[in-house]
Design a protein around this ligand. Structure first.
Ligand code: CAA
Length: 280
């Protein structure tokens, strides 16, 4: 396993590219437009510079890490990849196109993985003729900091591919946890309904944004409150996960109307400059 292509240079894809390059892999960072790739690289550069300032990396390490990342705006570049990690938008139609193209472009040995936060791995695998070599690698936000990778087996994922990804995740400094394919897997099935409930609590006027977050931070020792965390994840992503849970598991998981309203308004959290908090 030498070369990893990361598709999507947003907050998750950029973070995955960074940790892969830090772990000495050659990384191809791909997005549909050069400006998106450039923006992702800019964030990686900033993260690495901060680590240089803190004395955690040397300036030379930083240059070497950046030197291992190649920019790409063509899926054809996946021909050089031993592993693809797809971290594009959470839309099954787009994933179907990407995975069916990758299946044609990539050599037979290439493993195709997805960082989807809740879409079924088995269905994504079925867009290819290599469902045994398709697997979920669900990283947590912010990727450079969070230890977990949920490694999700689709129905047809082979044991060999699972083992390879388990070893690779460890080599990237992460702790892999094996999970089967089900709506929201484990992390988001447990976490996201709590975020949704916090939004409902706000919607019903039970407490202010700050009070809800303080209750969970001070009362449960959570590092950040649920509304701040929803802003960090992105409210569009929170909504799309709730929709998958609602469809797959029933009414208990109905998205809060206030969440829908914020998404419609474009108040998507940190990345939009406004969510439950403002981000100047
Ligand atoms: N990128 C890179 N590094 C970051 C970062 C980012 N976006 N944000 C923080 N950091 C680093 C800081 O540089 C700092 O590093 P050092 O220890 O080397 O100094 C470290 O993280 C701690 O940061 P801060 O001191 O600034 O702040 P903090 O102690 O409050 O930690 C936090 C920030 C790590 C985000 C913490 O609040 C936290 O763990 N929050 C919960 C995050 C969480 O639950 N993530 C999972 C979301 S769910 C998900 O991702 C799945 C999904 O599909 C939706």
């Amino acid at each position: 396993m030498k070369t990893i292509m990361v598709i999507g240079a947003g907050q998750m894809g950029g973070g995955i590219a960074q940790v892969a390059a830090q772990a000495n892999y050659s990384v191809i960072l791909n997005d549909i437009k050069d400006e998106f790739v450039q923006r992702g690289l800019g964030i990686i550069e900033k993260n690495l510079s901060r680590n240089v300032e803190k004395g955690k990396l040397t300036a030379e390490d930083k240059e070497n890490i950046l030197g291992r990342i190649t920019k790409s705006t063509s899926l054809q570049d996946a021909a050089a990849a031993d592993l693809v990690i797809e971290a594009a938008v959470e839309n099954m139609a787009i994933k179907s196109q990407v995975f069916s193209q990758l299946d044609v472009i990539c050599p037979d040995h290439t493993i195709l993985s997805t960082n989807t936060s809740s879409l079924p791995i088995t269905e994504i695998a079925a867009f290819t003729k290599r469902p045994d070599r398709v697997i979920g690698m669900h990283f947590m936000n912010p990727v450079p900091v969070m230890k977990l990778v949920e490694v999700i087996r689709g129905l047809a994922t082979s044991d060999e591919v699972y083992k390879t990804i388990e070893t690779l995740s460890t080599s990237m400094g992460k702790t892999p946890v094996e999970v089967n394919d089900a709506p929201g897997f484990v992390a988001n099935r447990v976490l996201v309904p709590m975020l949704n409930e916090a939004i409902c609590t706000l919607n019903e006027g039970i407490a202010s944004v700050e009070s809800i977050d303080n209750v969970m931070k001070l009362g449960m020792n959570h590092p950040m409150g649920p509304l701040a965390l929803a802003d960090l994840i992105g409210l569009d992503t929170v909504l799309s996960i709730m929709e998958v849970l609602h469809e797959g598991l029933g009414d208990k998981y109905r998205p809060c109307p206030l969440l829908r309203k914020y998404v419609k308004a474009g108040w998507l959290g940190r990345k939009a400059g406004r969510g439950f908090y403002n981000y100047p």
